[in-house]
Design a binder for this molecule. Sequence first.
Ligand code: PMP
Length: 360
Amino acid sequence: TEKRVYNFSAGPSMLPVAVLEKAAKQMLNYENSGMSVMEMSHRSSSYLDIFEKTKGLLKKVMNVPDNYKIVFIQGGATQQFSMVPLNLLKNGKADYAITGAFSKKAAAEAKKYGDIHIVYDGSSNDFKHIPTQDELDLSKDASYLHICANNTIYGTEWKYVPETYGAPIIADMSSNILSKPVDVSKYGMIYAGAQKNMGIAGLGVAIIREDLLQDVAETTPVLLDYKLMIKNDSMYNTPPAYAIYVLGLVLEWIDSLGGLEVMKERNEKKAKLVYDYLDQSTFYKAHSDKENRSLMNVTFTTPNKDLDAKFVKESIEAGMTNLKGHRSVGGIRASIYNAMPYEGVEKLVAFMKEFEQNNQ
Ligand code: PMP
């Protein structure tokens, strides 16, 4: 592990070393099955054990109530942008809050299928801000309200669950799922692409309140039908078997450390280290409003674009990667998901300090 770098990628991103080591250990011969998990029939008893264990651990770790179904889907969060309106638009109407690039894409996709009302649009403030309850222009008859719980590109995070006129909340938690406890019962549905806190790319996870499921239009592709996928326990076709196995290893790791309360403490401690440094510095500028800052994606700028580029270049030489901000916002972005150790953040802050001193 000495040669591993601190990888601040927004996703796919770092995995816990313990997970990688276990996967490596089990690579050639999973628990005396004589084969790798990659080589198993998804209907074999060895694989079904993995599958059930993973589902059970997700239910346990996230404290998922019994009236919710967990479904594993090939295709990441973007596929959910289509599945949500295809399955959950009851009267053809839904509310969307636009707080960043992904919620904007989700709303644009939903517009293909229904009458979509935008309850808030943060584009005028560079997506620095998450709307307060009073800033949401909610409809009285929406089938649901869609939010993006953590905005990966801009580095903002919802710190509360909004109240609606009865519409269930559908939350894209791709970049903050498993980072802290959430009260699942406050949501109609939660979904995420797995390649950040849940493991590797190729898997989307959805947790859906059962009563929201309804029949879809006959023209809906089978693999985009939640009801059908759930009826077949995510195995209408071959599921992303290895990605589900890795999710199981990640959940085991979280569970062994004490669950989501512990993740939250660790993540708050890491985020505080960077944000405290940003707040006392006159050199760096944090992007997001203080009260809306993400625990997972820390976004900031140096005094100018040339220094941003120099920061990125020198950080790579110092053993840190992927600190370049998203192409649409520029600056620096440090993604510090569950698997980023505290030492990685300490190293980043020490580098920031040194860079500031050398470039005043
Ligand atoms: N939503 C959020 C919040 C994301 O961060 C991402 C990916 N970075 C997506 C959706 C899109 O996910 P995918 O690439 O899995 O389709």
